[in-house]
Design a protein around this ligand. Sequence first.
Ligand SMILES: [Zn+2]
Length: 446
Amino acid sequence: MKYRRTIRELFRFRFFFSLCAFCLFHTGASAQSVKPVFQYTVSMPDPANHIFKVTLNCSGWGEDSINLKMPKWMPGYYQLMNYAAEVEHFSAKDKMDKPIAVKALNGNTWQISNTTNGSFVVSYDVKTSRQFVANSFLDSSHGYIIPAGMFLYADGYIKNPVSVKINMPAQWKNMATGLEPVTRKTNEFKAPDFDILYDCPILIGNLEELPSFTVNGIQHRFIGYKMGEFNRVQFMDNLKKVVESAVAVIGDIPYKEYTFIGIGAGRGGIEHLNNSTVSFDGKNLNTAAGMNTTMVFLAHEYFHHYNVKRIRPLELGPFDYDKANRTNGLWVSEGLSVYYEYMIVKRAGLSNEQTLFKNFEKNINAVENNPGRLVQSLTQASYETWSDGPFGRQGKDAAKSISYYDKGPVVGLILDLAIRHSSENKKSLNQRNRLQHVPGLCRTKT
Ligand SMILES: [Zn+2]
């Protein structure tokens, strides 16, 4: 298995469905009669110990008790992560600083009773041990926060606004996130609801920001940790071409600003509405092949802000963070994004036909040589990803499953060719054309 393929598969996280059932992402805040205030503070007094200190200040709570829950998974990575297992030293107190009893209801829910005075403070630690794009991590040189594994939501109040303040070590200088800053506050951010909070990881440390670029007047940034030596100007010039090429597929940019967040060495990336977190150390950017591999990787994560974040299966919205959100349509979200990652980079002028055909050849060979193609369909592979894993089953059952990262782009190619053939090349798989013809498909700006 090549690095290129492994990378792509490692960070595929996503869902969704049916070509004719696409619908737009954000559901909007639901009406709630009570609007409590949730204010989080994250501190890291001893980063070498790998522990985040989290405090939740809640006011305006109008019920006798509250159930606080840690999500079991994060948007973009469709595996149960058991984030709650990393929580330690959970405690609560009232506004008079008097301890309040806490009851652990199950593996990821804490119930706090006696909240009748409306205000309380919850404190807990989040220990970190694994450097991975879907896990929070803290060490002496940087911090990486996966909000779904850091911030509890109140059961029934997922659409409530929330704010986060970051107290970082004095020797660190900056942070990167897709969250909106709080006006006139330093290192404080806000989200209109917990879905948006969980969609915005936070990278903290002595980060480097590369020269930004604009597309259609909208700023695109790349901020990273330990990015290594490479030609930054050429890299950002290429990345701009990739973004322009991807935007041309849809014809619209639905965010105010976009940030690529490089989290350091590793494998994998996760897409979000206005940002993506990508394993990135710049090491392979000094060869043409390495630059191409990286651009294809970034094109994939970037294109997901359309295909899966805003155009997605109905089963994926609103998210239920308490269980696996199964869908038959993940192959569309992932497989067609693989198809477009090839096409975007080719249309950007950063690869040639030979490279394009080699990519398809690799996928076709992988499909044809896998006995699992006779056992598992694309929709079945989509539905079973929570149990099969992002790459399909491993070990003795590997031949009983397929990878939608291989078969998906092949089907995408066939679909595109079929549409072009039947319409005398007047239409294609591109959303720009399909938007006018697919019932139920809508789009909006966020
Ligand atoms: Zn993906």
